[in-house]
Design a binder for this molecule. Sequence first.
Ligand code: UDP
Length: 460
Amino acid sequence: MGGSPHPHVAVVAFPFSSHAPKLLAVARAVASAAPSATVSFVSTADTLPRFKAGAAPANLRFVELASGVGDGDLAGTPPWRRVELFLEAAEAGGLKQALETAGAGGTRVTCVVGDTFMSMAAEVGVPWVAVWTGGPTALLAHIVSDTLLQDIGEHGAYAAVAEAASRGDELVTYPGLGRYRVRDLPFIGTRHGGEFRRIMSQLFRRVAQRVPRAATAVAINAFPGLFPPDISAALAKALPNCLPIGPYFLLPGTCAAADDSHGCLAWLDGRPACSVAYVCFGTVASLPPDELRELASGLEATGAPFLWSLREDSWSLLPPGFMDRAKANNSGLLVPWAPQAAVLRHPAVGAFVTHSGWGAVLEGMSGGVPMLCRPFFGDQAMNARAVEHLWCFGKAFDDDKPFTSGIVAEAVKSLLDGEEGIQMRARARELQAKVVDAFGPDGGSTDNFRKLVELLCAHE
Ligand code: UDP
């Protein structure tokens, strides 16, 4: 490999929700593929211990980035304020300082591979490769959001957007977005509000300004051929040097052992093929209490075994006796965390009930499992739409149609046992085969990852 004799790549995480593990996968893969490079994984002090666990390539180091909370009470600061303080500190020189620390006493940082949310990396004076962790078409939408919102009658007037959303208008005039509806857009005002909304819209405004102008390349969590040609062409046009290198969790060198401390895989081992419904809504989203109870009753009504990863603070909201009954007849396992990617590859899993976060979509696809999508916010509605209409391996519910016990029972049964489920599983397995091909010796993701590593090692 040519280029600098001592490349030093800083991989910068956005240390909230599921972003950082996805960046860590990229960091580990780059470190394994370029043993002569130094790779510094940059994240906040409270998150680093988690990422240091397990064996790491010898050239991978960990560097602290200011949380922005200072001497304040990290745990007592509300989540939205932590995000805001962190971004303010990183914008105000915190990222630059962390990169100087990374380079102190050794090779200075020659290139930043940063979460796209950390777009202040555009200003630090070395080439910036942006890593997008979410659904790629959501990034397209963010980049054209100004025009888009003007066209659909927004800018303060969210009523107009909501009206367009309820009509279900499709975005046919926007390159790459023609299969999505107005209501699927990540910045439609009806889904989440308040402080988070304000912070995220500032963040995405900066992303939309900086990525097309300043990124040397943009890595996306997808493989070549995943999207139809019009969407791929729109991504290639909108994003400088767009490199589909995903799914990131399958990059060579990333495979750390799955954390199965709650015994999910052993519990699945005893089940017939495609018999279990796996339920998980990711690291942030949570169902309103009524809907959570409806989901629980619906699962129970199917009579099918279920594995449910649910954060512990929601367990008390489940219907009375729900878990006792599941335990008594060994029909369900409730855990606070599951090794999801491994669970979805287990032959016993036959349906995935999910918020359709992009990680979930790729893991469902890689496991060949049909999905039932109940999106909440961000890219999730676009992802759900793509699962149902682009790839046809699942069903999507609109977020204004809450789960009822009857809906859940019917949909889960149809995925596990029905004709529709058979067809969707066949589609999911075709996609699964494409994922395998993408990481073959001549596969599209293998090839793009090689290009990425060459690019990173070319900078001095
Ligand atoms: N995840 C997991 N076990 C759990 C819950 C979540 O392994 O019990 C992982 C999952 O594999 C996925 C990530 O957390 O990679 C969640 O990412 P996604 O993009 O689906 O959703 P987000 O949490 O960002 O909303």
